[in-house]
Design a protein around this ligand. Structure first.
Ligand code: RFL
Ligand code: PHB
Length: 389
């Protein structure tokens, strides 16, 4: 088989890149390790920046998001027993949309199927090869047989644990990492959300987040110990803990019910530099991870896909390598700002026992400042709704 761009991974980065390339007339094949159902079942991100929704519109896959997504003008920060709203629309003119990653992925998969593009699911032992030459290849095993795809470029969109980044060895690649000393325990339940906007809560017992997937489906998270197991958190314990970390009004109006999903995610900041190695590019979680506190992971995967697709369009349409030569630098400039913002949101909202009581008081002072100063609110809002790309 031959294609222009072989994409590894059918998560949001790979699927969006594939559709953008298709709209530019650039053929591509996606190789995905798991089944489509497995990919669709992963409950992850829930919040889209306007820029990400714009990319869905650009490829003609945004209708359902506009119909079913919930547009939010603001968020609330809870600390010291009360809640403080930040009106993001007033400060930036922009909004965010609640629309789950599962739905984004489904819309992208449907668009890909409708366009008749090839996706090989359950592709084992996917291996990017010869990307430091003009003739890169990707090999994989399907149903016991080995196949090879010859291509012009490889796009490594295979997430944090993928093979693409792992195929590059130092000193060609440099990585930067912080692992946080806690995780997020998340549950999904078919109960109405406690509030119509998101509540990020700083509490002496630890961080909590109230978010949602729809008007009848809630998503809640609490900061937990890194070595906690889901089995240690029966639903009742989760609801009790969440209630204790919210202000009285929210705690009193919280509607609980059986969880339909429960999982623990570790928190990490990670960047790999550069994002291009000859004829292989990295995009999305394959190149960088942010803690979910700023809701940036999926949105960065989308902006990477946009930068990469535009660079490849320039290469094929205008016979210019300028775009692909600048891809890494351009994408990383936006990535590092989201890494900074997500680290900052994490640092002001979570309990860091090692910072002691003085650390906790400084957090409260910062939150007080952030919810009173116009300059601070504008800065938070600008980053939260997404920096331009
Ligand atoms: P993905 O989604 O991990 O997709 C990578 C795909 O590659 C496949 N793969 C391989 N395929 C072939 N061969 C191999 N060797 C392969 N290895 C892996 C995988 O099976 C998979 O299908 O990466 P991508 O596309 O870069 O997308 C990134 C996002 O999924 C991620 O950043 C977000 O989910 C992060 N995130 C959030 N982002 C937001 O923008 N807003 C949010 O509100 C938000 N909330 C979250 C989050 C992530 C969370 N967790 C679980 C870490 C909340 C949570 C709890
Ligand atoms: C989510 O809806 O899952 C979500 C929203 C905002 C975040 C993190 C997760 O910051």
């Amino acid at each position: 088989m031959r294609t222009k761009v072989a994409i590894i991974g059918a998560g949001p980065a790979g699927l969006l890149l594939g559709q953008l390339l298709h709209t530019y007339g650039i053929d591509n094949v996606i190789l995905e390790k798991h089944t489509a159902d497995y990919v669709l079942a992963r409950i992850r991100a829930g919040l889209l920046e306007e820029g990400t929704v714009g990319l869905l519109d650009q490829i003609g896959a945004g209708q359902r998001a506009h119909h079913e997504g919930l547009v939010h003008d603001g968020i609330e920060l809870a600390f010291g027993g009360s809640r403080h709203r930040i009106d993001m629309k007033a400060f930036t003119g922009k909004t965010v949309m609640i629309y789950g990653q599962t739905e984004v992925t489904l819309d992208l998969m449907n668009a890909r199927r409708a366009a008749g593009l090839t996706t090989v699911y359950e592709a084992a032992d996917v291996t990017p090869l010869d990307f430091d030459t003009d003739h890169p290849r990707v090999t994989y095993v399907k149903d016991g047989a080995t196949h090879a795809i010859a291509c012009d470029f490889i796009a490594g969109c295979d997430g944090f644990h993928g093979i693409s980044r792992a195929s590059v060895k130092p000193p060609a690649i440099e990585t930067f990492e912080r692992v946080y000393p806690f995780g997020w325990l998340g549950i999904l339940s078919d109960t109405p959300p406690v509030s119509h906007e998101l509540i990020y809560s700083n509490h002496a017992r630890g961080f909590a987040l109230c978010t949602m997937r729809s008007r009848s489906r809630s998503r809640y998270y609490v900061q937990c110990a890194l070595d906690d197991q889901v089995e240690q958190w029966p639903d009742d314990r989760f609801w009790d803990e969440l209630r204790r970390r919210l202000d009285q009004k929210a705690a009193d109006s919280l509607i609980t019910g059986p969880s339909i999903e429960k999982s623990i995610a570790p928190l990490r900041s990670f960047v790999a530099e550069p994002m291009r190695f000859g004829r292989m590019f990295l995009a999305g979680d394959a190149a960088h991870i942010v803690p979910p506190t700023g809701a940036k992971g999926l949105n960065l995967a989308a902006s990477d896909a946009h930068y990469l697709a535009s660079a490849l369009r320039e290469y094929y349409d205008e016979k210019s390598s300028a775009g692909i030569d600048h891809y890494s630098e351009t994408a990383l400039a936006r990535v590092w700002k989201a890494v900074r913002f997500s680290w900052w949101m994490t640092s002001i909202l979570h309990k860091f026992p090692e910072n002691g009581t003085i650390g906790a008081r400084i957090q409260l002072a910062e939150l007080d400042y952030v919810t009173r100063s116009k300059a601070a609110m504008t800065s938070l809002a600008e980053n939260y709704v997404g920096l331009p790309f």
